[in-house]
Write a protein that binds this ligand. Structure first.
Ligand SMILES: Nc1nc2c(ncn2[C@@H]2O[C@H](COP(=O)(O)OP(=O)(O)OP(=O)(O)O)[C@@H](O)[C@H]2O)c(=O)[nH]1
Ligand SMILES: [Mg+2]
Length: 314
């Protein structure tokens, strides 16, 4: 006889709390730091796949992005955050900062990322956001760029005096062995509880969101320093037809002159942004992608709270 009462997919919340979690560990880890220290590069390395876009421009990350890694009995749920802004106070930056603030409060451990050997006012500002008593790991990234290694020991000691860090980890986010070591260091901070996600899960973000991010990454990477950071990408259409994705996206810029920079001579640059984004999306989604790109001028969008919300900023 069939048993109709079986819940084949019980969520942890429905489970009997008196039951042990089956030896599983699972926890939330926030990655915070000033812009451009390599937070998203580190997240991608920790997850083992690209889930967050990176570029040499500051303010690449604009949203809270979850990256998941399951290793042995442990499930790491990382939260990448925008670089904390201290320079300009406009609505866009305030929104980004709110995202950072809300991310540090409800996590099990914080990875505070700086560039090895450097600690400035903008780093100090982020450090001051970490609540007292919250386990924090100092990640001193870009170790490969440190020429005078001997100066690192006194610098680490000075960091010890700034904050009661639980761990000190100098590393290079691009070195797999360093990243493996960081995973081992973080593991004991994950509480014993059942996993929240499937073992294979990598991110909680949708393909639609990934599409807008990948276009924005190519835009940032291919326009160099002349395009101000106040540009964004909005998805107008995202259709799935079997193994095909039809995507239309608009690049929103502040001024007519910026529009010209994005389009380039004879449309060359826009074409390249589209080609590189499409190729990467096809790999990520394992599907054929048709990508249509438009460029629109909307002056003042980064100062307009309502517009920010309609463009997907929380
Ligand atoms: N040499 C070196 N470069 C790195 C390392 N990690 C990251 N980078 C570079 O630093 C730049 C910024 O990296 P991101 O990962 O985008 O930095 P981020 O902190 O996420 O930046 P925002 O999202 O703008 O706050 C990129 O050009 C990366 O390639 C590292 O370990 N060594
Ligand atoms: Mg980032």
């Amino acid at each position: 006889m069939e048993n109709v009462n079986v819940d084949s997919n019980p969520s942890p919340a429905d489970g009997d709390p008196s039951l042990p979690a089956g030896g599983q560990r699972c926890g939330l880890i926030a990655i915070v730091g000033r812009p451009n220290v390599g937070k998203s590069t580190l997240l991608n390395a920790l997850v083992g796949q690209k889930v967050s876009i990176t570029s040499r421009k500051a303010q690449t990350t604009r949203h809270r992005i979850t990256g998941i890694r399951t290793l042995g009995d442990a499930q790491y749920v990382f939260v990448d955050t925008p670089g904390f802004q201290t320079r300009h106070s406009n609505p866009l930056n305030r929104t980004l900062n709110r995202t950072v603030l809300s991310s540090v409060s409800d996590v099990d451990v914080v990875l505070f990322v700086v560039e090895a050997g450097r600690f400035g006012l903008d780093d100090a500002k982020v450090l001051s956001l970490i609540p007292e008593g919250k386990p924090a790991v100092l990640v001193a990234n870009k170790l490969d760029k440190v020429v005078r290694r001997a100066e690192l020991a006194p610098w680490l000691k000075s960091m010890q005096e700034r904050h009661p860090f639980a761990e000190f980890v100098p590393l290079t986010a691009k070195r797999p062995d360093d990243v493996k070591r960081l995973l081992e260091i973080v593991r004991p901070y994950l509480p014993e509880q059942a996993w929240w996600h499937d073992e294979e899960a990598l991110t909680d973000r949708s393909e639609r969101f990934l599409a807008s991010e990948i276009v924005r990454e190519k835009l940032f990477r291919l326009t160099g320093d002349e395009l101000p950071y106040t540009s964004t990408v909005v998805i107008d259409k995202f259709e799935e037809e079997g193994n095909l994705r039809r995507i239309a996206a608009t690049i929103v810029v502040e001024r007519d002159a910026h529009k010209g920079m994005v389009i380039g001579d004879g449309g060359e640059r826009l074409k390249r942004i589209g080609t590189e984004a499409r190729q990467e999306l096809e790999k990520l989604m394992d599907a054929k992608v048709f990508l249509e790109l438009w460029v629109k001028v909307r002056s003042g969008w980064a100062d307009d709270e309502e517009r920010l919300r309609s463009y997907g900023y929380e």
